[in-house]
Design a protein around this ligand. Structure first.
Ligand SMILES: *Cc1c(COP(=O)(O)O)cnc(C)c1O
Length: 223
């Protein structure tokens, strides 16, 4: 078995019962995932649609699959029948497509809005201003009866890739404050999930109030 059981158990202990662990299994094999499943784990995160679909077919169907990568609108249909939580929603266009595909599958799909908190350049994630506008748009859509098949359940963010702990802490703190604000302003009572923290920085994320961490390499080894 090529998973790090000791690390896994240590992580679980430090999270306690109020912080969820998404085991990030991208690029890892079905048997690695099965090994963690056999220890009782049920939440797994994947970044690529095709890889996720293939693994979902081959693994037990009570796994809760988290899509944590960048999702293109034209691929939503492949994961809509089974996905548990989509972490990276950053446009109304994508949210509307998820709503449409959820309706087709007669289910509700939970989504997190992705916020860009790192200083690194990336195309993905909303700025603070964009997040505010997005939340107003979602409220408006919901008020006219649209977006009935998506639950906007929280926020997701990634801190800068750096050894400067204080910088990471500031970024997480900022995300937590946006989360607290959004919780007040969004008319969706399922809003409760803050997905922040990875292998290198989850301990800081815990200190800054995360309630869901996404951890890959500490559990499955380097990719
Ligand atoms: C790969 C990935 C992770 C896990 O990263 P590790 O450093 O291996 O823990 C978490 N979140 C996202 C969005 C990822 O792409």
């Amino acid at each position: 078995m090529s998973i790090f059981k000791d690390n896994y158990e240590k992580i679980l202990a430090s999270l306690g019962k109020d912080i969820a662990l998404v085991a990030v299994s991208k690029t890892k094999t079905v048997s690695d995932i099965q090994a963690l499943y056999d220890l009782g784990h049920r939440d797994f995160g994947e970044n690529y649609v095709q890889e996720l679909v293939e693994k979902q077919e081959r693994l037990p169907h009570d796994i809760r699959w988290h899509f944590i990568g960048h999702l293109q609108s034209n691929k939503v249909k492949y994961i809509a029948p089974f996905v548990h939580l989509i972490h990276g929603v950053d446009s109304l266009k994508l949210l509307k497509e998820i709503d449409k595909q959820a309706a087709k599958n007669q289910r509700k799909i939970s989504c997190l809005l992705q916020v860009h908190i790192a200083t690194e350049e990336t195309k993905f994630g909303l700025s603070e201003v964009e997040l505010k506008e997005f939340i107003e748009q979602i409220n408006q859509e919901k008020s006219i009866g649209a977006l009935q098949f998506v639950k906007v359940s929280g926020l997701m963010g990634m801190a800068s890739f750096t050894d400067e702990k204080e910088k990471v802490r500031e970024e997480f703190r900022h995300l937590k404050s946006m989360f607290d604000n959004a919780k007040i302003n969004l008319v969706d009572n399922s809003f409760s999930c803050l997905s922040m923290g990875m292998s290198a920085d989850y301990q800081i994320a815990i200190e800054e109030g995360t309630n869901m961490v996404r951890i890959g390499s500490l559990i499955f080894g380097e990719r």
